[in-house]
Design a protein around this ligand. Structure first.
Ligand SMILES: [Fe+2]
Ligand SMILES: [Fe+2]
Ligand SMILES: [Fe+2]
Ligand SMILES: [Fe+2]
Length: 291
């Protein structure tokens, strides 16, 4: 795929971030292929492939952008993330409609108007704003990596009943439990480490939600739209708490650090609760498929 072959690509869409640019090019190219197929009268043959491609690729792409926004402390993050959620909903709805009525002659136009046009407009308006911000703020706020060799061996938060049967999702859930236990066992925590833990958990949540959403769409979990909504709520709440914490660090006393540590722990525990209560619903569904 050569850049010159992508009709909707222009120099001004270049962000300078190779991953984002390549993802945009790939997405625009897929839509372009759909448009060409529609014009040649073969649109309906392309739709199934497009929907399949879209759901996973778009989720990965949104995750890439949102991680970058947070790493650069982009002020327009919340509005932009809301737009991404809106699009995810469109993909869900279209997918549902398409699986019910695969031969609906409206499908092609629907795909074009609600999926393609939205995406083009989104890049032009919202991504461009973010791209311009990136150009002026190339420096990533320096964040050190959190070591992960401190896993406690005996976990009281983990039970094998929590295993879903999907390697990646299970590994991520286990990682979360380990993080929570580690934090719980820390008597005193330094400011630097605490900030790192907040960063780590934020990036972990975004990645995990993306992977889990791709998985539940893949298995056609009937409640995936609602589950995704729950993720958005958790994610937005956490990003807000984290921002607030970073802006209001006052005396850095042991008391304040402890309070913040407990806030983070509360969040981790509430996510573990989400695994127990909500993730177990798609586990059940997944297991019923394998019977
Ligand atoms: Fe984008
Ligand atoms: Fe975007
Ligand atoms: Fe999960
Ligand atoms: Fe979940």
């Amino acid at each position: 795929m050569l850049t010159k072959d992508i009709r909707y690509w222009s120099k001004e869409l270049e962000s300078g971030n190779e991953t984002v640019d390549n993802q945009h090019k790939r997405l625009l190219f897929q839509f372009q292929k759909l448009e060409d197929a529609i014009n040649d009268g073969h649109g309906s043959e392309k739709i199934a492939g497009l929907v399949l491609f879209l759901h996973s690729y778009v989720l990965k792409h949104f995750n890439t952008e949102q991680q970058l926004m947070l790493a650069h402390e982009y002020p327009g993050y919340s509005t932009h993330a809301e737009k991404h959620d809106e699009y995810k909903n469109r993909v869900f709805k279209f997918k549902k409609h398409y699986s019910k009525f695969p031969n609906d002659p409206q499908n092609i136009q629907l795909a074009k108007s609600i999926l393609f046009n939205w995406f083009k407009d989104h890049i032009m308006e919202f991504d461009k704003k973010f791209i311009n911000f990136l150009k002026d703020n190339t420096k990533v706020i320096e964040k050190t990596k959190v070591e992960s060799e401190w896993a406690p061996s005996d976990s009281h938060l983990w039970t094998t009943g929590m295993l879903i049967g999907h390697e990646l999702i299970d590994a991520q859930h286990i990682e979360l439990v380990k993080q929570a236990e580690y934090l719980n066992n820390q008597k005193h925590i330094e400011k630097k480490e605490l900030l790192e833990r907040f960063d780590y958990f934020q990036s972990f949540l975004l990645n995990h939600f993306t992977d889990e959403e791709i998985f539940i769409i893949e298995i056609d979990f009937p409640d995936c739209q609602h589950h995704t909504l729950l993720h958005s709520e958790i994610r937005n709440k956490f990003v807000g708490v984290k921002r607030n914490m970073e802006n209001n660090f006052e005396d850095e006393s042991e008391l304040e650090l402890d309070e913040l540590k407990n806030k983070l722990l509360d969040f981790m525990n509430s996510y573990i609760k989400h695994i127990h209560e909500k993730d177990m619903l798609f586990k059940k569904y997944y297991q019923s498929l394998n019977k």
